[in-house]
Ligand binder design. Structure first.
Ligand SMILES: NC(=O)c1ccc[n+]([C@@H]2O[C@H](COP(=O)([O-])OP(=O)(O)OC[C@H]3O[C@@H](n4cnc5c(N)ncnc54)[C@H](O)[C@@H]3O)[C@@H](O)[C@H]2O)c1
Length: 333
């Protein structure tokens, strides 16, 4: 079994630790956080786990195979770089770093060191997203025309990053992996409604080389929680709603067919409204799938599904989306 360390035990770190321990995925030797009181609570609960505020304790221990970096985004690059330099495999929470430049440096360093680098694009490991991926790639929806996505909720306002850096990695990672491409242009309209200088709502329009267009809405200001994606294809349409308890994915046999005109300028449209099917989904926890995948990759030395390159296309899109919101015009990637 691989020996690992979890670095960062704020809001998300406890979920990583819980899933690793409950499912016996890895031997968690260290928990590292700068905050002493957070560590104290853990050391009473998990007697076998060493707690430390010194990251170097983790790095210097040769028995540690890999580190999970679950700290705020602005610390990711430095912590991941150090881990790679100490020959550890690295799992970094999304977004992998805060710039294209540092992401490219990490990818290069991981390659030079022969180490595995994976980013926590958790949604790509969730059964409804994986099923949507299968459906799109099977051709059942036909050619994809466009995608719309809403990820809105009331809070939590982050002070260190904008809502784009916080929430858009989820939608971007899902959409780019479904389409197998990254956008070549992005237009953002955003607003810093509450904390001046920090966007809390953004509407992003993306254009892809294949012609697909997408609209992604992210916000920390909404009366209701929405996690809804609509994919419109030439044959069928799909709705993925992550707030649904059952039937998260629905395929609608709906669309419009155009008949060949008999005369120039004449055409007939036929609207189809057939059955709605909701595929049976696996009942597995996305985080468990994700962490097991990382351990499998470091054991078998396989390239992760969400490797540095998949992280990089998300960071490129976020940087472009941020830049576009400043100048409010289309930005080429
Ligand atoms: N995959 C997901 O669905 C998901 C969900 C939530 C958060 N996240 C990601 O997880 C990461 C952490 O988010 P959070 O909400 O838990 O943040 P947080 O601010 O609640 O917690 C971060 C923790 O890291 C610690 N920390 C900061 N710098 C450190 C350092 N140099 N060494 C050790 N510990 C340090 C802090 O003391 C704090 O306890 C972010 O990248 C975020 O985007 C991912």
């Amino acid at each position: 079994m691989k020996t690992v360390a979890v670095v960062g035990y704020g809001y998300w770190g406890p979920n990583i630790l819980r899933v690793l321990i409950q499912n016996n995925i890895a031997n968690v030797k260290y928990l590292c956080d700068l905050n002493k009181s957070r560590l104290e609570a853990v050391s009473q609960k998990f007697l076998d786990i060493k707690t430390t505020r010194e990251y170097d304790d983790v790095l210097k221990d040769p028995s540690v195979d890999a580190v999970f970096i679950i700290t705020p985004i602005n610390t990711h690059y430095e912590l991941a770089e150090k881990a790679l330099l100490h020959n550890k495999d690295v799992f970094v929470e999304k977004p992998i770093t805060n710039s294209v430049e540092t992401t490219e440096k990490l990818i290069l360093l991981a390659k030079e060191k022969g180490k595995i680098l994976m980013v926590g694009h958790t949604f790509e490991f969730s059964p409804p997203v994986m099923e949507t991926d299968r459906i799109i790639k099977s051709g059942e929806l036909g050619n994809i025309y466009f995608i719309t996505s809403s990820r809105v909720n009331l809070g939590i306002h982050r002070k260190d990053i904008s809502v784009i850096w916080d929430l858009a990695p989820h939608d971007f990672s899902m959409i780019f992996s479904w389409l197998g491409e990254q956008p070549n242009e992005i237009l953002t309209l955003g607003r810093d409604s509450v904390i001046k200088g920090n966007l809390d709502v953004a509407f992003m329009n993306l254009k892809f080389p294949s012609g697909v267009i997408a609209n992604v809405e992210v916000s920390w200001l909404s009366p209701v929680k929405m996690r809804r994606t609509v994919i419109v294809g030439s044959k069928k349409m799909l709705v993925y709603d992550d707030t649904e308890n059952v039937e998260k994915v629905k395929i609608f046999d709906k669309g419009v067919d155009i008949e060949n005109p008999e005369n120039f300028g004449e055409y007939q449209l036929t609207y189809r409204s057939g059955t709605v099917v909701s595929p049976k989904l696996k009942n597995t926890e996305p985080l468990k799938n994700e962490l097991m995948h990382f351990i499998e990759c470091i054991t078998e030395r396989k390239t992760p599904k969400t490797d540095g390159h998949s992280a990089l296309r998300v960071i490129k899109a976020i940087e472009a989306a941020e830049k576009s919101s400043e100048i409010c015009s289309y930005v080429k990637l």
